[in-house]
Design a protein around this ligand. Sequence first.
Ligand code: ZN
Length: 169
Amino acid sequence: MSGSWASDPRTRTAMRGNRSRDTAPELAVRRLAHAAGLRYLVDARPEAAINRRADLVFRGPRIAVFIDGCFWHGCSEHHRAPQRNSDYWSNKVARNIARDRDTTARLTEAGWTVLRYWEHQSPDYIVTDIRSAVLSVRGRRLGETGIQEIAEDEQREPEEHESKPEQQE
Ligand SMILES: [Zn+2]
């Protein structure tokens, strides 16, 4: 089977753009999330017993984040099946979608909050959404336990990098 479908340059581009880790949208989200004071694991298994990896994992609040590529995960706005071997691709994407649903179901059952985004969504929107989910879990816990804790305990003060130049008279 190899050779035929991969010979279409657009297919190759789509494969390269979607299969690799650390895609541009993922990196943008990670950078913004980090800047917002969020701390998380990258490309990690949320649950040891479940053989699935999430793009960002927040172990404390048990939030698993997936940033799905429009091509591989069948975004209704952007997924276009390549003309060559379209059956092959539509089957593959259908399997991915089924697997995504299964992953969400399994993690949810294990007590995880699963957040899924498309790579076409703005990183700003995604990070704002993730952040409010993290804070909401913390808020709920505070309500349950009554522990006095600052909700944004991971938020760090920005470091002062500017040094004042000595004024010479
Ligand atoms: Zn899309």
